[in-house]
Design a protein around this ligand. Structure first.
Ligand code: TRP
Length: 438
């Protein structure tokens, strides 16, 4: 299908916003506060921020050098850059795409349901019973279908008219609304406890739990930055001109971390203001506790609708990146049109997600396997390839667009990913495997 001209982003800002839209999602708002709470609050936050800089930025550059270097989908890109043997890593990425979006869409469906529930005030009487009622069964399946259908429609429109246009509107909206929500949360009586929990690291917690905090922090850094399955390979494959990849990745990582940290500034003060225990685990934690807070607050219906609306937009702009990885492969390799492929893949993912919409325990299993196993495995293999096989070309690709020739930072990056990054990701994988095996 080389005859057809490959699509590309209309602008550099379009690419950065789309990648940021992919990164900012349920991982920042649903997963991050819950994992932070479980892992000791501020102590976890400190390690996570470190992981974002030491692991996140270099790992994103790993994917960018492959994607922009080969300008192909996650599978064929390896052949394109002369290393066809590695295309199994791409197939793992496709598999992870189907796996991850199948349950991500179920959670996205819950969010949509909570927008409706906020407007009608349906969860105000008994937030925890409400979650139980809508999180599984016919309701959950219906909203899972709605969420997946919207994702399909955006991806069907393609790169420039679909994903770029949608995220150009979505990302600024998320940033603005999160700032407003964080300011509002700070005015609530009782919010101080939330800041205390979130921002005052307890050295004791850190030292005693360091070896469990570390892999959680690395896993969360990968998940929240959309790394480890080829989203950033796919998105950077649509970059037409050579600009500084360093600049792009630092912008994306900064924006994503800003929103993640801001989500904590919304969620924790709110929870403490309402005396809700932030540590109650399970995929429903954030829904039940936020609903509890809105049920008590003045104008809770409006505020709830705004909050879940923002989360819904963030979830959608991430979901389209997951679907795009799969769609890009079939667009490059079959004669079917983009809309037909998007609808077909979306239908398959919807069906794979039905068990998760029937039983939240199954959803929890899908999430654990994705975040703790599939993503670290993918990140490990891509880094192994780029660090030790693609190495020289990767450095050459990285140094394009950064002014005259070679930059010592680029070589530093290569040795960093060959050693520290590889060990960190492999260690995370090992610890997760041991945990999963009991
Ligand atoms: N980063 C997104 C979030 O935080 C989720 C996501 C989208 C993702 N694409 C991904 C995670 C690819 C891992 C890999 O919600």
């Amino acid at each position: 299908m080389d005859m057809v001209e490959r699509e590309s982003w209309a602008s550099r800002a379009g690419f950065i916003l789309a990648a940021t839209g992919s990164a900012i999602g349920l991982g920042n708002i649903w997963r991050f506060p819950y994992i932070t709470a479980e892992s000791g609050g501020a102590a976890f936050l400190a390690v996570y921020l470190l992981a974002v800089i030491v692991i996140g930025i270099p790992a994103m550059l790993v994917e960018f050098t492959v994607g922009r270097g080969g300008k192909r989908n996650v599978v064929d890109v390896y052949e394109r850059i002369g290393h066809g043997k590695w295309k199994f890593v791409g197939f793992l990425g496709l598999f992870t795409g189907f796996w991850l979006l199948s349950y991500y869409s179920v959670v996205g469906g819950w969010v949509f349901r909570y927008i409706v529930g906020s407007v009608t005030g349906a969860y105000f009487g008994d937030p925890s019973a409400y979650f139980g009622a809508i999180s599984t069964g016919v309701d959950a399946i219906a909203f899972h279908l709605l969420f997946m259908a919207l994702t399909v429609v955006i991806v069907a429109y393609g790169i420039e008219r679909g994903i770029e246009l949608a995220t150009k509107v979505m990302v600024p909206a998320i940033v603005l609304l999160m700032i407003v929500l964080a300011i509002w949360a700070s005015t609530l009586p009782g919010s101080a406890g939330g800041y205390q929990f979130y921002l005052t690291p307890d050295l004791n917690t850190l030292t005693t739990n360091f070896w469990s905090i570390l892999p959680d922090a690395v896993g969360q850094a990968l998940f929240s930055l959309s790394l480890g399955m080829g989203v950033m390979i796919t998105y950077s494959s649509y970059v037409a001109r050579d600009e500084s990849l360093w600049g792009d990745s630092v912008s994306i990582v900064f924006l994503n971390t800003f929103i993640g940290v801001l989500a904590g500034f919304v969620v924790f003060p709110l929870l403490f203001a309402q005396n809700v225990d932030p540590g109650s685990p399970g995929p429903g934690a954030i829904f039940v506790s936020m609903a509890n807070a809105f049920a008590e607050l003045p104008a809770g219906q409006l505020l709830g609708a705004i909050f879940f609306g923002v989360v819904g937009i963030a979830a959608l702009s991430s979901a389209i990146s997951l679907l795009e990885v799969v769609v890009a492969y079939f667009v490059d390799n079959t004669g079917y049109s983009r809309p037909v492929i998007a609808a077909g893949a979306g239908t398959a993912m919807f069906l794979i997600g039905v068990p998760s919409a029937i039983d939240t325990a199954i959803l929890g299993q899908f999430d654990a396997i994705a975040a703790n196993l599939l993503l670290p495995l993918g990140a490990f293999l891509i880094t192994l390839f780029v660090g030790w096989v693609y190495a020289e070309s990767a450095v050459a690709e990285l140094s394009k667009g950064t002014g005259e020739g070679y930059n010592p930072l680029d070589l530093g990056w290569l040795w960093h990913i060959r050693t520290l990054l590889l060990v960190a990701v492999a260690g995370t994988l090992l610890v997760s495997l041991l945990n999963l095996l009991g």
